[in-house]
Write a protein that binds this ligand. Structure first.
Ligand code: AMP
Ligand code: ZN
Length: 141
């Protein structure tokens, strides 16, 4: 895709600090890291949403992320924990519309966090959970 930043990185039209590359997946340093060691795992094929990838490719992305996770923990890069984050769609915070998995080191008081709505602390009734569960489950076949 011609206007896509990540396709340009894949095609070497933009610079990137590449930590992994194979025929299907590339991983490089995020230009605006939450913390040092923030990496993006990106399929080489241009697809906006993760569900558009075939399951093999999704597995490959998570396998690379797992290797990176271990590598961060073994490396001199500091981390107390590690987050995986994937914004799937604009409403979910996606800004680059070429699907990608973030993996980044975390520290207890690093200031990163998700903001919850006010009613978040109220637990839904079991019937409500069961109904939503049933609806999604039906669509899994
Ligand atoms: P998202 O909000 O999940 O779409 O995240 C997009 C991520 O891409 C952000 O964390 C950006 O900092 C990162 N990003 C944007 N442009 C570049 C670039 N040229 N090289 C590396 N990372 C980038
Ligand atoms: Zn792209």
């Amino acid at each position: 895709m011609t206007d896509c930043i990540f396709c340009k990185i894949i095609n070497r039209e933009l610079p990137a600090s590449i930590i992994h590359e194979d025929d299907h997946v590339i991983a490089f340093m995020d230009i605006q890291p939450v913390n040092p060691g923030h990496i993006l795992v990106v399929p080489k094929i241009h697809k906006e949403l993760i569900a558009e990838l075939d399951t093999d490719l999704t597995s490959r992305m998570f396998n690379i992320a797992a290797k990176i996770n271990l590598a961060i923990r073994k490396s001199p890069i500091q981390s107390e924990g590690i987050n995986y984050f994937l914004a799937d769609g604009e409403a979910a915070g996606q800004e680059v519309f070429h699907t990608h998995l973030h993996i980044f080191p975390r520290f207890r008081h690093d200031g990163f966090g998700l903001k919850f709505h006010e009613s978040y602390t109220q637990l839904p009734k079991r019937e409500e959970l069961d109904e939503i569960c049933g609806n999604i489950k039906l669509s899994m076949e």
